[in-house]
Ligand binder design. Structure first.
Ligand SMILES: O=P(O)(O)OC[C@H]1O[C@](O)(CO)[C@@H](O)[C@@H]1O
Length: 433
């Protein structure tokens, strides 16, 4: 086997990694500090002096972190008592031994240091007593959801009509529905709050029209083999490794619903993050909040789905799973070796759907691949089950393109790799070492 390409890193000053670490991450950290500071009156009312002190400690921790990042200090060990501390600290040791110097923000692998930043933010919260369950991104995530209400309503009204037609046994083209809901979930990934450095990024256009208007922006379309695979194993277990809360989560829930209602799947296993991550990623709290909020509305479609989805959670056709591996800095080719229980769990699936950019980066190891490297090869042996990725491009890594395709798209849009306007549906049903 030929050697692997280098991991992406801010060492390359013309890279998106460099721009992210130099400009985007400090903005995200400042925004966290502002948001937390604005909670001071509420926290004082609810938790008195202890809360006020903890809030100050969080803001202090975030400012210190921003300073470490901007001055390219070494990565420090974690000092809270979360279950993953030992794994993080051991990895830091491993990296120091491997390279002969301690990792730092601008010298080490982008994937590692960016994940570390979110884990350090969590450290500041974990060290608290009364504020231990604070989600520093909660306000942004909830605002983005509420600002996407129009698009959510259109999608849920349409989905309700589809379900009712299916129940009436109307002759519906199931493959067409599958293609449509996969693409809605794909473009749901355009909206995320970390690419916009935490600034407003809600879904405002009609998600169904978008499927048509953005068709030519899908650079890899593996819908056909994906459909064939799902059809052959139907109805089986489908896993969805979630990405962002807000509009994107609703598109994922609708996809899950359609897979079950059309009997393409018998159960859905959603995978959420164990703590607030990359600004807008879904935690269990976000998942629950989304259902509660839909349930409080007076829209018929929202209420219809909340009842249906609560039923699915209690009869276990929907399952929500949380695992620390999703918030560790490892790529997925390391899963079998580092975390065999999750790998084994995923191997029970008929199809694993990985949502979003960060999952893609972890699938392909966040390396400087030639864009024509086959997707299966870039997975570097990761294949617990047939898998696909639904990803809007927001980082300068891509595999599976045809010869000349990268050049052609770059001529149309210089920012194609990072602006979220281009996407891929890549599927793999075999292991390639
Ligand atoms: O929510 P997604 O699609 O995983 O995107 C995560 C974002 O974080 C990054 O991975 C790095 O900031 C970007 O590449 C992307 O903007």
């Amino acid at each position: 086997m030929t050697s692997l390409p280098e991991p992406l890193s801010a060492k390359a000053t013309d890279s998106f990694a460099y721009y992210t670490i130099k400009d985007r991450l400090p903005v995200i950290l400042s925004k966290i500090a502002d948001t937390v500071y604005r909670l001071k009156n509420t926290v004082r009312e609810q938790h008195g002096e202890e809360g006020t002190k903890e809030l100050k400690d969080i803001v202090g921790g975030i400012s210190k972190l921003r300073n470490e990042l901007q001055t390219d200090k070494s990565i420090l060990t974690l000092e809270d008592d979360r279950s993953d501390v030992t794994t993080w600290n051991k990895y830091l040791e491993e990296q120091t031994t491997l390279h002969g110097y301690p990792p730092s923000w601008f010298k080490s692998a982008w994937l590692y240091v960016e994940c570390y930043m979110y884990r350090r933010v969590q450290e500041a919260v974990e060290k608290c007593n009364v504020l231990k369950s604070l989600d520093v991104f909660e306000e942004q995530k909830q605002k983005a959801f509420l600002n996407s209400q129009g698009a959510i309503l259109i999608l849920l009204n349409y989905s309700m009509k589809v379900i009712k037609d299916l129940e009436k046994e109307e002759e519906l083209d199931v493959e067409k529905l599958f293609r449509q809901f996969i693409q809605v979930a794909l473009w749901g990934n355009k909206c995320d709050l970390s690419i916009s450095a935490g600034f407003e990024n809600s879904q405002t256009s009609c998600p169904l029209d978008q499927v048509e208007t953005l068709k030519d922006h899908i650079l890899i379309d593996d819908l056909k083999p994906l459909w064939t695979c799902l059809r052959a194993s139907a109805p089986g277990r489908v896993d969805i490794v979630l990405d962002n809360a807000g509009f994107e989560l609703v598109t994922d829930l609708c996809l899950a619903e359609i897979l079950l209602s059309t009997k393409l799947a018998s159960s859905i296993h959603f995978h959420a993050k164990a703590f607030p991550w990359f600004v807008s990623d879904v935690t269990k709290q976000d998942f629950d909040w989304t259902l509660q909020t839909l349930g409080r509305s007076n829209s018929i479609a929202m209420n219809f789905f909340v009842q249906r989805w609560k039923g699915r959670l209690s009869n276990k056709s929907w399952n929500l799973q949380v695992h620390d591996y999703w918030t560790l800095p490892f790529d997925y080719s390391e899963m079998k070796m580092r975390c065999s229980d999750l790998h084994e769990e995923l191997s029970k699936s008929s199809l694993i759907v990985f949502k979003g950019d960060l999952n893609y980066r972890k699938l392909v190891g966040d390396r400087n691949w030639d864009t024509t490297t086959p997707f299966a090869e870039s997975l570097h042996g990761f294949h617990p089950a047939p898998l696909c990725t639904l990803r809007a491009l927001k980082a300068d890594v891509q595999t599976g393109l045809a010869e000349g395709q990268a050049k052609a798209v770059k001529e149309k849009d210089a920012e194609w790799m990072v602006n979220g306007n281009w996407a891929v549906i890549s599927f793999c049903d075999k292991t390639v070492q």
